[in-house]
Design a protein around this ligand. Structure first.
Ligand code: ZN
Length: 168
């Protein structure tokens, strides 16, 4: 069964391929859109949009025009987002009423970096302290653990302090 929103959509916006192929296609279109949204409408009536945000983070917006049961909505969002794989996972953002438009349901997700648990936030891999994240691939350490780690790694240098200052 196809929804009217799917039937009425421009053919270039209808996603008629397998769900496993959606993310590569959507992501590629979003990169070409250079900061604007690209979207596809799925046969079940879901609108799945993506844009490339600040710091090259992808933002995904999933919306449904017609109201459905809240549990059904949550299940279909999870089903789609599970196919949109990013190394750091997704962080669900709150949606303001004015961002909802005509849609009955909207969910918005921001791509996390692989060292983040929330946008802009990491946990020190040694002590678990929450610290601002940096756009790096490796795990983060707080200043205290970073210093301790560097001292431990440089046991035999005559001037350890100078070595540490020069390292970073
Ligand atoms: Zn630490």
């Amino acid at each position: 069964m196809s929804y009217p929103t799917y039937e009425q959509a421009n053919p270039t916006r209808r996603w008629d391929g397998p769900i496993s192929d959606l993310w590569p296609a959507l992501r590629s279109k979003a990169y070409h859109a250079q900061g604007d949204w690209w979207w596809y409408i799925l046969p079940n009536g879901l609108l799945v949009a993506c844009k490339i945000g600040a710091g090259w983070r992808k933002i995904v917006r999933i919306a449904r025009l017609d109201p459905v049961d809240e549990d059904a909505w949550k299940a279909e969002v999870q089903d789609v987002i599970a196919h949109l794989t990013v190394p750091g996972g997704w962080y669900e953002l709150p949606v303001d009423d004015e961002d909802r438009g005509e849609a009955a349901h909207v969910a918005v997700f921001l791509e996390l970096r692989s060292n983040e648990h929330a946008p802009g936030l990491s946990r020190c891999e040694d002590c678990g302290t929450e610290i601002p994240s940096e756009p790096i691939v490796r795990p983060m350490r707080c200043e205290t653990c970073l210093l301790r780690h560097r001292l431990a790694a440089l046991p035999d240098l005559p001037d350890r302090h100078a070595a540490i200052i020069g390292e970073r």
